[in-house]
Write a protein that binds this ligand. Structure first.
Ligand SMILES: Cc1ncc(COP(=O)(O)O)c(C=O)c1O
Length: 353
């Protein structure tokens, strides 16, 4: 089938650019101790996760228990949930899941650690615990190095839990446009993390694993020697927000739309916020530019588009955020030139549990 035969709106990914992005990541990590543990939230496709593992990833990162269940169901053996799981029903599910894969979860609270230990004991499983250390994002995690020590010591006394290391994710730095400024911000975090690791060593705590990093900081993290795992997600598909950073990755993901209405200075397409994530802004046009794009549920109104369009014509958009866009779809069509060569299911699409 040709791209022109696809029903819109739909997601297409250029298979050659996608593979080139994977190669670019391999190149970045080639001489570095950093290993890739890609973030599943970016594509949520079990087929792609398996392909990433076959191509050298040591395991997967994911955001939610439901994503971890989807990955385990697909045969992925090493899974990190890069968030806290605190609901008792979910803790039970987590402990069950840990019987079927090597499962690690983030923690920052003693009561939560105790609950994980009890659940793992009753299921006869072992859960790895990564202590989340807040290095400036102000999301989850503990702030003081002494708190990390207390939690690490506590985990080692808990049955059926293993202290797996530290998560230090600095998401607030990922999208800083200038490489110089990104480096500067990372340097402050580097100092803080180095101090923590030296302190834990002095206290007799061995930290085997430091997990974090993103598409935007991959090159910096590969050089800093502190992190052992890179959690980058967007690098395979990229989006209009990451495109601004001049990274060695190119846009491979596009939203294929159809022009449904056209008049002077206004082009309207059949996609809106129900098929394109706008949490990081409006999508951009693959060809040309526009003065403004306004979104509604099922439409983008493209004002003063520099290209001539006609009703019925197909138009490519580059979503501002690949992760929130993919979550809205059931499948991604892989394309080579103008040919559709495969269709990949988004197996963990929208699962909120
Ligand atoms: C915990 C965690 N790790 C890593 C990432 C990096 O993802 P990306 O490479 O898509 O920026 C994210 C993004 O939100 C995240 O929340």
């Amino acid at each position: 089938m040709k791209i022109s035969g696809l029903s819109t709106p739909c997601l297409i990914a250029d298979i050659n650019i996608l593979k080139a992005n994977a190669d670019a990541m391999k190149g970045i990590l080639k001489d570095s101790p950093l290993q890739l543990r890609p973030h599943y939230k970016s594509h949520k496709c079990a087929t792609i996760a398996k392909w990433q593992i076959e191509n050298g990833a040591i395991g997967m990162t994911c955001a939610k228990l439901s994503e971890a269940e989807d990955l385990c169901d697909a045969g992925i053996e090493d899974i990190l949930i890069a968030n806290q799981i605190v609901d008792p029903v979910k803790i039970r599910r987590l402990a069950d899941l840990a019987n079927n894969c090597r499962l690690t979860v983030c923690v920052d609270n003693i009561e939560n650690i105790n609950a994980l230990s009890l659940a793992a004991q009753s299921c006869g499983s072992t859960i790895g615990c990564l202590i989340e250390y807040d290095i400036g994002m102000n999301r989850c995690g503990v702030i003081e190095k002494e708190e990390v020590l207390t939690l690490a010591k506590h985990i080692s006394t808990c049955k059926n839990l293993v202290f797996a290391g530290i998560q230090a994710y600095a998401g607030h730095i990922s999208h800083i446009e200038s490489l110089g400024e990104r480096k500067q911000s990372t340097a402050a975090n580097y100092k803080k993390l180095k101090t923590l690791l030296s302190y834990l060593k002095e206290q007799g705590i061995e930290v085997k694993n430091v997990s974090g990093g993103s598409t935007g900081t991959a090159e910096i993290k590969a050089a800093d020697g502190l992190y052992t795992e890179l959690q980058a997600g967007s690098y395979l598909f990229m989006d209009a927000t990451y495109r601004l950073l001049s990274l060695p990755f190119k846009n491979s993901l596009f939203l294929l739309t159809t022009v449904v209405s056209q008049r002077d200075g206004l082009t309207v397409v059949d996609a809106g916020v129900k098929t394109c994530g706008t949490d990081q802004g409006m999508p951009v046009l693959y060809n040309g530019t526009a003065k403004e794009i306004i979104a509604s549920e099922e439409h983008f109104q493209i004002h003063n588009y520099t290209q001539n369009t006609t009703v019925g014509e197909k138009l490519l958009l580059v979503p501002a955020h690949c992760c929130s866009t993919i979550n809205l779809h059931d499948k991604i069509y892989l394309v080579d030139g103008d040919k559709v060569v495969d269709r990949i299911l988004i197996t963990a699409k929208g699962i909120g549990k």
